[in-house]
Write a protein that binds this ligand. Structure first.
Ligand code: PMP
Length: 412
């Protein structure tokens, strides 16, 4: 295991098997139907095996291997030394909201810090708030798949019906109006967009985003755009759906500090949208969370003010690793589409896996060579036959992992 890093996938940690099952029916703690309806994720069981061994290189984690930049940490320490230990305004400190408003102009976004920005406890809270604020029981929420593990449970907890929209390796995981029509999204209520994407690393170019925006307007969809990887793009600028004509008024944009600033443990994110959207989410937030962690808000303000160079250094390092991993995967004979953002590669293993089963492949790779990668099935329909490799792992470990993978493929 590299350093003392966990292998459980961070925020992608799966629920305990018991909590996800409907076991306990008839007991005092029988989970409510909407909780019981969420199946246990396959990730945890898999990483429990990895944790028991000390020779494992984990390519499974969905979080940076860097430590948060010093100016952010120092601002957190300073805020504590000054005794800033109270709640902040429900929506977050005004200084932080102003800094966020200023920052997102680089993506062509313009939001009023007083009425259109809500600071949340991680992007995770913002995703949950958006589902709870806008999804009515029985509403259809379209999720392009493979997809980030938390959306489907979040939709179900809110009483909505997830609708998978398949994207394909052959198309570089592109989301198109055709794929949206094929899945019946023209009849849906909400569409979740996650670009740059977890788990595929796919990004959208300007034309692709225009086409998806046209579809959303035409079919009157509310859009939840999770842009947490916006700062980590490698082949072009981040494209936001909210900047397309007529889209700002129907889109909630979610972003955060976990990925770009390596601040996962500080738990800070934000949601942006028209005043009525932010008011609805703030209503839930003010009763359930009150305010995001005060110390983390101080760190985040410093991150925005003083950490541009650190972010750029980390982005360059991810880019270096991305090029290395993609070229090595291809060299060892795996087909992988070029990830344009985030820190994941999603190679196809169907042709080399037992019965084309990515889970069996990942299990054998872990058993035989001590390399942990997440089977694509963990990311919903459409992930079959693939594994997710995170390159938020140092280059030395990546080199060793690729050598082991090569040996595994040669011997199997
Ligand atoms: N959205 C996506 C797409 C993610 O990958 C993650 C983290 N794995 C999150 C949201 C959650 O981020 P946070 O730490 O800000 O809650």
């Amino acid at each position: 295991m590299s350093g003392d890093r966990r292998t459980d996938g961070g925020t992608e940690q799966a629920p305990d098997a018991e909590a996800g099952a409907d076991g306990g029916r008839g007991s005092r703690f029988a989970p409510a139907d909407r909780v019981a309806s969420v199946p246990p994720s396959g990730i945890r069981e898999f990483f429990e095996v990895a944790e028991k061994r000390d020779d494992v290189i984990s390519l499974g984690v969905g979080e940076p291997d860097f430590t948060a930049p010093w100016p952010a940490r120092s601002a957190a320490v300073d805020s504590l030394e000054r005794g800033r230990t109270s709640y902040t305004a429900n929506r977050g400190t005004v200084e932080l909201r102003r800094a966020i408003a200023e920052r997102v102009t680089r993506y062509g976004q313009s939001y009023d810090p007083d009425e259109e920005i809500l600071v949340t406890t991680g992007a995770s809270e913002a995703v949950d708030l958006a589902f709870r604020a806008f999804v009515n029981p029985g509403d259809t929420v379209a999720l392009p798949t493979p997809t980030y593990v938390s959306y489907e449970p979040g939709v179900r907890f809110a009483g909505g019906d997830p609708l998978p929209v398949h994207t394909h390796h052959e198309d570089d995981w592109a989301l198109t109006p055709e794929s949206l029509y094929d899945a019946g999204v023209d009849e849906a209520d909400v569409l979740v967009l996650c670009y740059p994407n977890n788990p595929t690393g796919a990004t959208m170019d300007a034309d692709e985003m225009d086409a998806v925006a046209d579809f959303c307007r035409e079919h009157d969809l509310l859009v939840i755009a999770d842009e947490i990887y916006a700062a980590l793009t490698y082949d072009g600028d981040h494209e936001s759906v909210a900047t397309r004509p007529g889209m700002r008024e129907r889109t909630v944009v979610i972003n955060g500090f976990s990925k770009a600033y390596a601040m996962t443990g500080l738990r800070l994110g934000y949601a942006m949208g028209p005043p009525e959207a932010v008011a609805a989410m703030t209503k839930v937030h003010q009763y359930t969370m009150l305010s995001a962690p005060t110390t983390a808000q101080h760190a985040a303000l410093a991150a925005l003010d003083r950490c541009d160079d650190d972010v750029e250094q980390m982005r360059r390092e991810y880019d270096r690793r991305r090029r290395y991993v993609v070229s090595r995967l291809r060299e060892v004979g795996l087909d992988v589409s070029e990830p344009g953002g985030a820190f994941y590669a999603f190679p196809r293993v169907a042709d080399v896996a037992p019965d084309g089963d990515a889970r069996a492949f990942a299990t054998e790779l872990l058993d035989a060579e001590g390399v942990a990668a997440v089977p694509g099935t963990a990311f919903g329909e459409g992930g079959e036959g693939h594994i997710r490799i995170s390159y938020a792992t140092g280059l030395d470990d990546l080199k060793e992992a690729m050598a082991r993978l090569e040996r595994f493929l040669a011997e199997s």
